[in-house]
Ligand binder design. Structure first.
Ligand SMILES: Nc1ncnc2c1ncn2[C@@H]1O[C@H](COP(=O)(O)OP(=O)(O)OP(=O)(O)O)[C@@H](O)[C@H]1O
Ligand SMILES: [Mg+2]
Length: 464
């Protein structure tokens, strides 16, 4: 991931930068906030801004917003001033990192924002067959559509394709079409010229140009509106793009990958997706099987995630017990690899003793996986029914809002109050998590404080 550090490089900030680099971040640095915006506008992108809290973070975020540039900001500060930390969070920073930096906190923040190093782990024959196909097409220039249920690893596959491609040494740029509002997505993808709209104070280079020479991943492409679909089609067919407000087409050289967890043929039939665009994107289709369809992957993935989260949390990687392995194999994994990953993350934090026992592997509602499997000699169908039954018994009688609250508070407890970890496991932004916690706190619920000294007061300013 690319980190842009904004502020004077004091000894402490430099130490944080070193840690980030040790975790694989590519770091660049500017002293002032206007230089940061300028660098982003030129298409020298960053996945995360780390900004000294003495600078005007609110103004920086407002300037980026006005130019439709979306990069999350974390604040950092040396003199441990809780007021300034709180002000930075109020101004829109997603997280506060007290300096001198804590290696674990830096690692967690980087991991929460982006992790490029996500190897494609697999042992099951059905997944091996997909990987074989991927290997065959990776080195071509063909557009590839990656489909599959939520959480099966579509983005991981996209990165894998890029790494195996002739463009591996060039940029891999990913745009989540579902996360960005339609009117802003156009600028994000195609860039804009000075004066294209109020706030367009200078030319801004979009993701197509940023990805020039490399690969552009259009994530969740089904969410793109009709007008942008037309613009995208032109970009793919003619290899030129039009910046918003621009008068001359700009040539681009990119390989396009797209993902969807919706059935695009159905979207075409319903008239929400262009048929010609589908044909252009779907030169090759890689359909990733759900985790239920590849039982041979569960154990290798579980072992991988145990190692990953043990390392991230600075605890020894304990082996999974036989019981734990049985429980993992019996579960249905409706949330696929993401659900397995989150369960193993929790297990690493919850496990006591020499092995990770079945008891430590919990569903998000806190129920152990084992509770759902009575009688291990029941057939798969019976086990599935029992699992479904146990899950609905835990849910029935609760409103969705209550379930959500239980899930959020339990996850926070599992993460020892660490907001970044909790938001990561829950799959929501830290801002959303904070808003929810403020809501619960207003209702009189006690919220577990994060364990990193000054961050407590930053959140506590609103939450306590
Ligand atoms: N084969 C794999 N090996 C290692 N990790 C994986 C694999 N597949 C998925 N993961 C992990 O599972 C999580 C979900 O994967 P990913 O984001 O690629 O899924 P997705 O299909 O894009 O999900 P969504 O439809 O929700 O966007 C990620 O944290 C990813 O690192
Ligand atoms: Mg995805």
């Amino acid at each position: 991931m690319r980190l842009l550090v904004v502020g004077r490089l004091s000894g402490q900030l430099a130490a944080a930068v070193k840690m980030a680099m040790a975790h694989g971040a590519k770091v660049s640095h500017v002293e002032r906030t206007d230089q940061a915006t300028e660098q982003l506008r030129r298409g020298q992108g960053a996945d995360l801004l780390m900004v000294d809290y003495n600078l005007d973070i609110g103004a920086l975020i407002a300037a980026n917003d006005a130019e439709r540039i979306f990069v999350p900001v974390v604040a950092c500060g040396v003199d441990n001033d809780a007021e300034k930390a709180a002000a930075a969070i109020r101004a829109g920073a997603k997280e506060f990192i007290p300096l001198p930096p804590d290696a674990d906190l830096i690692a967690a923040v980087l991991a929460a924002v982006a992790d490029d190093e996500r190897p494609l782990i697999s042992a099951d024959p059905s997944m091996q067959a997909v990987i074989k196909l991927a290997d065959q097409v990776a080195r071509s220039e063909a557009s590839i559509l990656i489909t599959g249920e939520s959480g099966v690893g579509k983005e991981v596959m996209a990165r894998y394709l890029h790494q195996q491609s002739k463009r591996a040494e060039r940029a891999f740029i990913s745009v989540n079409c579902a996360a960005i509002p339609d009117n802003l997505l156009e600028s994000e993808l195609f860039g804009h010229e000075k004066g294209a709209f109020t706030g367009a104070v200078a030319r801004r280079i979009g993701k197509f140009e940023e990805a020039d020479g490399g690969t552009l991943l259009l994530d969740e492409i089904s969410e793109m509106d009709a007008r942008l679909q037309a613009k995208l089609l032109r970009a793919i067919q003619e290899r030129v793009i039009d910046r918003v407000g621009g008068t001359r087409p700009v040539p681009v050289n990119i390989r396009i990958l797209a993902t969807s967890n919706r059935d695009l043929a159905k979207a075409v039939a319903e008239g929400t997706f262009r048929e010609d665009l589908l044909y252009r994107l779907n030169v090759v289709n890689l359909r990733l099987p759900s985790l239920r369809e590849r039982p041979g992957d569960v154990a290798v993935l579980a072992d991988h995630f145990v190692k990953k989260y043990a390392a991230a949390n600075g605890v020894p990687a304990r082996p999974l017990s036989q019981d734990a392995r049985r429980a993992l194999a019996a579960h249905r994994w409706p949330g696929n690899v993401r659900e397995l990953e989150n369960a193993m993350h929790r297990a690493v934090l919850l496990a006591v003793g020499a092995e990770i026992d079945a008891e430590a592997i919990r569903l998000p509602d806190g129920q152990p996986l084992t509770g759902a499997i009575a009688g291990s000699d029941a057939g798969p169908a019976a086990r599935a029914a029992q699992t479904a039954d146990a899950v609905s018994r835990a849910y029935v009688g609760q409103t969705v809002a209550q379930m959500e609250k239980t899930l959020i508070l339990d996850t926070l407890t599992h993460c020892l109050g660490n907001r970044t970890h909790a938001a990561n496991i829950l799959g929501i932004s830290i801002r959303t998590l904070r808003n929810k916690l403020n809501e619960y706190s207003d209702e009189g619920t006690r919220i577990m404080a994060p364990q990193t000294g000054i961050a407590t007061s930053a959140y506590g300013a609103n939450a306590a």
